[in-house]
Design a protein around this ligand. Structure first.
Ligand code: PLP
Length: 406
């Protein structure tokens, strides 16, 4: 059977909404459209009931209590609320924050802003595997440290950080621990109690739910954690996030989480099987290709591979009917190599010629084979035109070549 193109293999960026989720949401647009904060009539009560059902489902999925779930517009907002909210609430206690260089921009940029405002931020490096060094984390802690914010699963290389160990260190030192779990909730088990997580962010559209809705988990007991709100208004969500609740979005998020939990085992098995197949085909058929991120600590649907001796833009153009992400990030003027790949020690060239494959619930074996075939042939073609690859094959050590300068 012919594969339908374009093929979507960029599920770290966003996922399609599961049709079962859409179905669950529909009545809340037209029939049960009440404001969940309206206390005087059944329209409001029904909306509130739907929100509370979703809240309970979501809380259970991460081993939290319903009262610890704050609905937001997505992980960007949740991360901002956690980081800025802790910085302001705990400012008297200290001004030091620990984070990591491979975080999502939605963590990096709030930390940078706090740095400009006078906070002291430690940017932990990562090992070539993409994992943080727990000894470096321990060594970075001072008596002024008020927050450790380290992501759970990385959105570019799929590496899963050791949250149990980080949580244990934070608990021992009495420091608040926030994790951006946008890539892990619904994909692998997440347990805020077991991992001693105090704050946790995630987003609906990364787990087959709708866009524009997310969660911040805020621990209420042992210890009770408080954040200063960013938005002031009606005092919704226990005062932490004012604004009329996105009832349809919340219902969709609840349904999406429910499905993810029900299907986690089978999805994981199927997707890791497909991912392993893709990895094997690419690495075995394409010489000088390398996997990025520790394969033993990796999200089941995630694969990131660098291809030497090909140019990143030509590579992407060659596989134009496949939606993937490259190791280049568009900034205002130019293509910048990914800061995540560079932090693993990759050079600019290799970072540019890297591809992130994000498999998902709707990815098929046929699609995976199509993508593998296509890449194998495109890389081969590009290398036929590469004088560098020819020199490399003749056994010339390119790092020792003295190039003529113009
Ligand atoms: C997508 C993503 C975000 C941002 O989520 P939004 O819903 O777009 O706000 C934050 N962190 C990680 C790790 C992500 O993958």
């Amino acid at each position: 059977m012919a594969v339908k193109t374009p093929i979507y293999m960029d599920n770290h960026a966003t996922t399609p909404t599961d049709p079962r989720v859409v179905e669950a949401m529909l009545p809340y647009f037209t029939e049960v459209f009440g404001n969940a904060a309206s206390r005087n009539h059944s329209f409001g009560w029904q909306a509130e009931e739907a929100v509370e059902n979703a809240r309970a489902t979501i809380a259970k999925a991460i081993n939290a209590d319903s009262k610890e779930i704050v609905f937001t517009s997505g992980a960007t907002e949740s991360n901002n609320l956690a980081i800025k909210g802790i910085a302001e609430m705990y400012a008297e206690k200290g001004n030091h924050i620990i984070t990591c260089v491979t975080e999502h921009k939605a963590v990096i940029d709030p930390c940078k802003k706090l740095e400009r405002q006078g906070f002291d931020v430690t940017w932990l490096p990562v090992l070539p595997s993409g994992l943080i060094d727990l000894d470096a984390l321990r060594a970075a802690i001072t008596d002024k440290t008020i927050l450790i914010t380290i992501m759970h699963g990385n959105n570019e290389i799929g590496v899963i950080q050791p949250v149990d160990e980080i949580g244990a260190i934070a608990a021992e030192k009495g420091i608040v621990f926030h994790t951006d779990a946008t890539q892990t909730v619904g994909k692998i088990p997440v347990d805020v109690k077991k991992s001693n997580i105090h704050l946790l962010s995630f987003s609906g559209h990364k787990l087959y739910g709708p866009k524009g809705v997310g969660v911040l988990y805020v621990r209420r007991r042992k210890p009770r954690v408080r954040v200063t709100p960013i938005l002031d208004g009606g005092g919704h969500e226990r005062g932490m996030r004012s604004g009329t609740l996105n009832v349809t979005g919340i219902v969709g998020l609840g349904k999406a989480v429910e499905l993810c939990i029900q299907e986690m085992e089978s999805d994981t098995k199927r997707l890791s099987g497909l991912r392993d197949h893709l990895r094997k085909r690419l690495l075995e058929s394409i010489p000088e290709s390398y996997e990025n991120g520790d394969p033993n600590h990796k999200l089941p649907h995630s694969l990131n591979i660098s291809f030497s001796f090909v140019e990143g833009e030509s590579l992407l153009m060659g596989i134009a009917e496949v939606a993937v992400s490259s190791g280049s990030a568009c900034t205002s003027a130019s293509l910048e190599p990914s800061y995540v790949l560079k932090s693993l020690g990759l050079g600019d060239e290799l970072a540019h010629s890297s591809i992130r494959f994000g498999l998902g619930r709707f990815t098929t074996k046929e699609e995976v084979d199509y993508v593998a075939d296509k890449l194998i042939s495109v890389v081969e073609k590009l290398r036929e035109m590469s004088p560098l690859y020819e020199m490399h094959n003749e056994g010339i050590d390119l790092s020792k070549v003295e190039w003529a300068h113009h």
